[in-house]
Design a protein around this ligand. Structure first.
Ligand SMILES: [Zn+2]
Length: 258
C-alpha cells in the first residue's frame, strides 16, 4: 500500500545546502553554521516520507531554510515569526543571536526569486496537476522537530514533547482527516498531539482558504525517534522507523478517503 497519486508531499526543511554566493551574508563561522544546520534542519524528512513506489509528487526545497524558508509567508507583514527575525529570510539563529546581516531590498528580492518563487510554483503546479487528473489533492506537509525546544520557539524546554505532532488548518484539514492521522499514529504506538508544539499545515497560496478540493495536513516527527540530535546522524533503526511513519500516513489517508 502506498500514497494515492493525488497526494503531494511537501518537504520544505530537509536541505542543508547553503549556496556559496549566499554564504557571505551569514555572520557565523563554519563551525557555528554547521551547528545551526544540525539544530534547524528537518534531517532526512524526504527519505522518511517519500515513497519511491508512489506516483505522489514530492516538492522539496533545494536549499536550507537558513537561506530562504519556503514554509513562511512571503511578506513579513503576514508572517508572525518575522518579529523574531525568522520570516522567509532569517536574520536570527535558533538561539536568537544574529544569523546574517540584514539583506538589502535587492538581495531579498534575488533570494525570493531564486528560491522561494520557483518552489511555490512547483507546489502550485503539483496541486493543479492532481486536481486536473483526480479532482482532489492532499498536501502532506512533512517535518521533524527537536526533542527539546530551541530558544526561538519561545516554548518551555522542560515540557515533554510528543512523538508525533499533527498540524491542522481550520479550512483545509477537517476533523475526519485529523482523526484519521491521530488514530494511525497512535495505532503505531506513538504519543500524538495536535497543533503542539507546531501548528498549521501549508497550503499553496493560490488555493489557500479558497479551494475546498485541496486538503492539507502537517506531520511533524520528533527527531529523537530517528536521529542522534547532537550531530544529525541517523539511528541504526532508521529504515524501519521511516517505514512505520510512511505506513501510518498511508493508512490514515486510506481510512479518511475510503
Ligand atoms: Zn520543518
Amino acid at each position: 500500500m502506498t500514497y494515492p497519486p493525488w497526494v503531494v508531499l511537501h518537504v520544505p526543511h530537509d536541505s542543508t545546502v547553503v549556496p556559496s554566493d549566499v554564504r557571505g551574508q551569514f555572520l557565523l563561522d563554519d563551525d557555528e553554521l554547521r551547528a545551526e544546520l544540525v539544530r534547524m534542519t528537518d534531517h532526512l524528512t524526504r527519505s522518511i516520507f517519500a515513497d519511491p513506489l508512489s506516483e505522489a509528487a514530492v516538492v522539496h526545497a533545494p536549499v536550507s531554510r537558513l537561506v530562504v524558508d519556503v514554509e513562511r509567508f512571503p511578506d513579513d507583514a503576514d508572517e508572525p515569526m518575522a518579529a523574531r527575525g525568522m520570516g522567509a529570510i532569517y536574520t536570527a539563529t535558533s538561539q536568537l543571536t544574529p544569523l546574517r546581516r540584514r539583506p538589502s531590498a535587492d538581495e531579498r528580492e534575488a533570494l525570493m526569486r531564486a528560491y522561494y518563487e520557483p518552489h511555490h510554483a512547483r507546489l502550485e503546479a503539483a496541486v493543479a496537476s492532481a486536481l486536473e487528473r483526480h479532482g482532489r489533492c492532499l498536501v502532506l506537509d512533512c517535518h521533524s522537530f527537536p526533542s527539546v525546544a530551541l530558544p526561538y520557539e519561545g516554548a518551555d524546554p522542560s515540557k515533554p514533547r510528543p512523538d508525533i505532532c499533527i498540524g491542522t488548518d481550520d479550512f483545509h484539514t477537517g476533523e475526519e482527516l485529523t482523526a484519521a492521522f491521530r488514530a494511525a499514529f497512535e495505532g503505531a504506538g506513538w504519543r500524538v498531539s495536535l497543533d503542539d508544539p507546531f501548528a498549521g499545515a501549508l497550503v499553496p497560496g493560490g488555493r489557500y482558504r479558497r479551494d475546498a478540493r485541496v486538503s492539507a495536513v502537517m506531520v511533524e516527527v520528533n527527531r529523537r525517534l530517528y536521529l542522534r540530535e547532537d550531530d544529525a546522524t541517523a539511528l541504526a533503526g532508521f529504515d524501519a522507523i521511516a517505514r512505520r511513519i510512511r505506513q501510518a500516513c498511508v493508512e490514515a489517508i486510506a481510512a479518511w478517503s475510503g
